[in-house]
Write a protein that binds this ligand. Structure first.
Ligand code: SF4
Ligand code: SF4
Length: 372
């Protein structure tokens, strides 16, 4: 005889989802399953996102927080476009992902600040204060005469110290968050994959991500995948540039600015253009498909605008230095540092965390056989 299983709904969780940008339409869902039928990424066994819509309506927080499918969704919005009730399942899953990032991130207070418009000003002022204090403390404003060299404003050891500490903080926060997330997925699915090495799953997942294999299966917002590729490759190029610059500086004592013939300079330029083109394509795509696919909430747009800030100030600080307009060039460079700080220090709490959490969920699904 089968025994009835009691479910314990968390009504506050339901209210929380519907209060998020993207989650407002949750209650319109009447469980027709069209979304699961049209989703090109779902598996045939226990397909998403219909079941997630039900769990969200019932307030089954633990299931959703440990559900790899929430992250295997790439927010292509095919389901949102076809939902006959306008329940926007792609957007609802986006709201659940935002809550998942906040639930797993450490320290939690930063998760709350990054997710709320009220946190914008203090989060932006923090790096302004840090870099401003370094400049004033070292009296760098008195060193700015002559040719434009950004090191005159902000010495490289000071920049390196701030960003190494920022990177260490972000890595620690991600490590704690991902560990908690992996445990939540194991508890919720009952799968651990404890028998074999996780390395092959990591390698295959990274290959998928580089090729954007899953994202390319989108139908409605196809441009979203190609725009994402430009952003991805822009970041990858800039990561190579940063690594080479560190080797130049600490291995060979070669300081920037580099000669125009140096390929690193051109890689930086092309990567920055790729980032700019990609992020403006993301914006155009979101606006063009807003009605069919949803436009995203504050959380999505904050991340987009931080990338715009990094790419624009990076390109302008390069161009205006060539035009030799010192006050403007130094000001833009200052804000370039501020935007880079925002991008990396707040990465574990912002939409950028999707890069790490989605990768973790993909590795988990492969390693444990969850998506079979
Ligand atoms: S979200 Fe829309 S398409 Fe999916 S089950 Fe609900 S009503 Fe149907
Ligand atoms: S947004 Fe795309 S990937 Fe996500 S559930 Fe909907 S159709 Fe599937």
């Amino acid at each position: 005889m089968s025994s009835a299983k009691m479910i314990q709904p968390d009504l506050d969780f339901v209210k929380e989802i519907t209060a998020q940008g993207g989650g407002e339409s949750l209650k319109k869902c009447f469980q027709c399953a069209t979304c699961s039928v049209v989703c090109n990424l779902t598996h045939s066994d226990k397909p998403f996102p219909r079941k997630e819509m039900l769990w969200a309506q019932w307030g089954l927080k633990d299931r959703l927080m440990g559900d790899p499918d929430v992250w295997l969704c790439h927010q292509c919005s095919d389901c949102t476009a076809y939902c006959p009730r306008g329940a926007k399942p792609g957007e609802v899953l986006g709201a659940v992902r935002k809550m998942s990032i906040r639930a797993n991130s450490w320290p939690g207070v930063l998760g709350g600040l990054v997710g709320s418009p009220a946190g914008l000003l203090p989060l932006f002022l923090l790096p302004v204060f840090i870099f401003g204090a370094i400049i004033m403390g070292l009296g760098r404003l008195d060193h700015l005469h002559g040719p434009i060299v950004y090191e005159k404003l902000m010495p490289i050891p000071a920049v390196d110290t701030v960003f190494i500490l920022t990177a260490l903080f972000a890595c620690l926060s991600f490590f704690l968050g991902v560990t908690k997330f992996w445990k939540a997925m194991s508890d919720a699915t009952g799968k651990t994959g404890a028998q074999g090495s996780v390395i092959p799953s990591i390698v295959e997942t990274v290959k998928d991500i580089i090729a954007h294999k899953r994202f390319d299966k989108c139908d409605v917002a196809k441009g979203r995948a190609s725009a994402h590729k430009f952003v991805f490759w822009g970041f990858a190029g800039l990561a190579v540039v940063t690594t080479v610059a560190i080797i130049y500086l600490y291995g060979f004592h070669w300081e920037s600015p580099y000669d125009m013939k140096n390929p690193v300079k051109w890689l930086a330029f092309v990567s920055m253009l790729s980032l700019l083109y990609g992020i403006f394509s993301v914006i155009a795509n979101r606006n063009a498909n807003a009605e069919k696919a949803g436009k995203g909430g504050y959380f999505d747009w904050l991340f987009i605008y931080i990338i715009v800030g990094v790419a624009l100030t990076g390109t302008l600080s390069w161009g205006i230095r060539l035009l030799d307009i010192a006050p403007l060039a130094y000001t833009i460079y200052f804000f370039h540092l501020v935007f880079i700080f925002c991008l990396f220090a707040y990465a574990p709490f912002s939409k950028m965390a999707h890069m790490v959490y989605r990768t973790t969920a993909m590795v988990f699904a492969r390693h444990t056989g969850f998506d079979k």
